[in-house]
Design a binder for this molecule. Structure first.
Ligand SMILES: C[S@@+](CC[C@H](N)C(=O)[O-])C[C@H]1O[C@@H](n2cnc3c(N)ncnc32)[C@H](O)[C@@H]1O
Length: 284
């Protein structure tokens, strides 16, 4: 990705969430409070102006996103399912004893900010590239800081996750943790993804989980976005955030074993696919 400017894909996801609120039926899927918080964060951070956010809420925006579904069927609604999946993983993880939450490549995601007051005994952490993280921090500052939410600005391509967290006094290396990596791994090199999963496994305690989304590899070895894969890969590249990593779902279990994780089988398969992405969960 381009290192010198805030992530465009993070902004796109956030605006998509705002637009989904104007699509009938989506309120049943979107996590409670996510739309208001996202709207507020976009404006307060300066990531988007009020007019852009208002435009995102319009029926014209809904129609445009729906029109683009010819290229990536189901992708518009997929963001609502992805957010719901991640929030469910965090809530279930907390029910099962987790005390620490880490959101990698958080972008303008509001999960930490929304859930931190509800789970005041938990510690929430987010890491993102400085260009995006600094903008977000400005927004969070104006929306109201959470004492148990820590925003970390780091380029994980430059500094190892384990080095970042091992030097952070508030991070507990033995805590049962839920890690969320939503819409992140496709933007990293294959070496970086392997390394990231290995590092995630060494910075958390037993029974920790990692929940993530990924793009499947197609028959031609490229990330598979369906019929329009070539166009999609080109668009991502032109946007400065190319898709680099993908994996065949049937090879995911072995990849996870090699990096210190065990796949949760009930969390794989077609039922866990929305738009172009699969969702998966692994445990330590
Ligand atoms: C598609 S966005 C997803 C944002 C968020 N997870 C969501 O779904 O709303 C990808 C995010 O990964 C972050 N990212 C990409 N490469 C990164 C790196 N090397 N270090 C830290 N963050 C990175 C980007 O800044 C961006 O916020």
């Amino acid at each position: 990705m381009r290192k010198d400017r805030p992530s465009r894909t993070a902004l796109k996801v956030a605006l998509n969430i705002v637009t989904l609120d104007s699509k009938p039926g989506m309120e049943a899927i979107l996590p409670a409070g996510i739309v208001d918080a996202t709207r507020e964060l976009l404006v307060a951070s300066g990531a988007a102006g009020e007019r852009t956010v208002k435009w995102a809420q319009s029926q014209t925006s809904v129609a445009i996103y729906e029109a683009f579904d010819w290229m990536l069927p189901g992708q518009f609604e997929a963001f609502a399912h992805r957010k719901a999946f991640c929030e469910r993983q965090v809530r279930e993880g907390i029910d099962d004893g987790a005390t620490q939450i880490l959101v990698l490549g958080a972008g303008y995601d509001t999960l930490g900010w929304r859930l931190a007051p509800e789970f005041s005994g938990m510690n929430f952490f987010e890491i993102d590239h400085p260009a995006t993280a600094h903008l977000k921090a400005r927004g969070i500052e104006s929306m109201g800081r959470r004492k148990n939410l820590r925003l970390v600005a780091e380029d994980l391509g430059k500094r190892k996750l384990s080095d970042v967290l091992k030097t952070d006094k508030s991070w507990d290396l033995s805590a049962q943790t839920i890690i969320i990596a939503e819409g992140l791994v496709m933007y990293l090199s294959s070496e970086a993804v392997r390394d990231l999963f290995c590092q995630c496994a060494v910075v958390v305690g037993v029974d920790s989980r990692i929940a993530f989304s990924y793009i499947p590899t197609g028959a031609d070895g490229r990330p598979d976005a369906g019929r329009w894969t070539g166009l999609m890969l080109w668009l991502q590249k032109v946007a400065g955030e190319p898709w680099e990593w993908s994996i065949r779902p049937e090879e995911l279990g072995q990849f996870l074993e090699e990096t210190g994780w065990t796949i949760a089988h009930e969390e794989v398969g077609e039922a866990r696919k929305h738009g172009v992405e699969f969702y998966a969960v692994a445990t330590k």
